[in-house]
Ligand binder design. Structure first.
Ligand SMILES: CC(C)=CCC/C(C)=C/CC/C(C)=C/COP(=O)(O)O
Length: 290
């Protein structure tokens, strides 16, 4: 029977093992420490004791289906775990880099989560942060765009607003799909008191507010003629909205960073597929008949 303190793929040992959830601080920070120790102290071929440890840690060995490893001392020397096990026990540089990034992400996000609760260091700023949250929420943006589209009396205006609506819907869809696939939990210090959420919003990667902020601000800068101070304000709004997600404890830094990246890229897709009377005449003809 396998010992509860064993690890195959560098998972945490001992009593905390059962409660560590991927994406939770415990998994990323506490678990990561053991993983680094085991990686550093047990490099491939560096130490015969380590080699024995690796062989005895192999799941194949524990299943008893690796005959040489369980034989007597005379036959034990050539015993090596199968190739796939050796790969698990010698993670790549990329693996270590990603785990380090995750640990830094969790640490920094916790430090920046200064408005996560009323009693937090910056708890008094929380209402302002929540106002910002509403300014980047999907519902006001969708309803506002629909309203302006229906009220617009110029075809050029309607075309731009129809594309903004398309962009907002594409953004909601992409974020929902990625959140559903990645299923990263929101930070432990987050209070789930958000205005109007759907089921995938219990997950945090990527930040929907950050994608919307990047997408909408890029859209506005491209399609609205604005004076420089207003353009600066739009960029500032997007940046502060992203920062506020971490300060409120809603997200980790990487959720917001990836959200900005995704929103920026989504605008490029919208620009590429720009809906106009030339490429989707049916949309505009239908509208004309209303
Ligand atoms: C048409 C339709 C399905 C609208 C849904 C709009 C909606 C509920 C958007 C959710 C917005 C939201 C709370 C996103 C979560 O943002 P994070 O920054 O916390 O990821």
């Amino acid at each position: 029977m396998p010992s509860p303190r064993r690890t195959i793929e560098g998972r945490p040992l001992g009593s905390s093992g059962g409660s560590s959830v991927p994406g939770s601080p415990a998994h990323g920070a506490g678990g990561g420490r053991f993983e680094f120790q085991s990686l550093l102290s047990c490099r491939a071929g560096a130490d015969p004791a380590c080699a024995r440890l690796r062989a005895s840690d192999s799941p194949v060995h524990r299943r008893g289906s690796f005959p040489l490893a369980s034989a007597g001392p005379a036959q034990a020397a050539p015993a090596l775990p199968p190739e796939e096990d050796r790969m698990n026990l010698n993670p790549s540089f990329l693996g270590i880099a990603l785990r380090s990034l995750l640990a830094i992400d969790l640490w920094l996000s916790k430090k920046l989560g200064v408005c996560a609760g009323e009693s937090s260091a910056w708890g008094s700023v929380r209402p302002l942060m929540k106002l910002l949250e509403i300014s980047g929420h999907g519902i006001p943006w969708l309803l506002g765009t629909l309203y302006c589209m229906l009220r617009s009396d110029s075809w050029a205006g309607r075309e731009v607003l129809m594309n903004l609506l398309f962009a907002l819907l594409l953004d909601l869809l992409m974020v929902a799909v990625i959140k559903g696939l990645v299923r990263r939990r929101r930070p432990a210090h987050n209070q789930m008191d958000m205005f109007f959420t759907v089921s995938v919003d219990k997950y945090s990667f990527p930040s929907g507010h950050a994608t919307r902020a990047a997408l909408v601000s890029r859209f506005i800068l491209k399609h609205l003629v604005l004076a420089i101070p207003l353009r600066v304000l739009v960029v500032l709004w997007a940046f502060v909205l992203g920062l506020s997600r971490v300060m409120l404890g809603r997200h980790n830094v990487t959720d917001v960073a990836f959200g900005f990246f995704l929103g920026y890229m989504l605008y490029s897709i919208v620009d590429y597929c720009w809906l106009s009377p030339h490429n989707v005449p049916v949309l505009f003809v239908l509208w004309n008949h209303q």
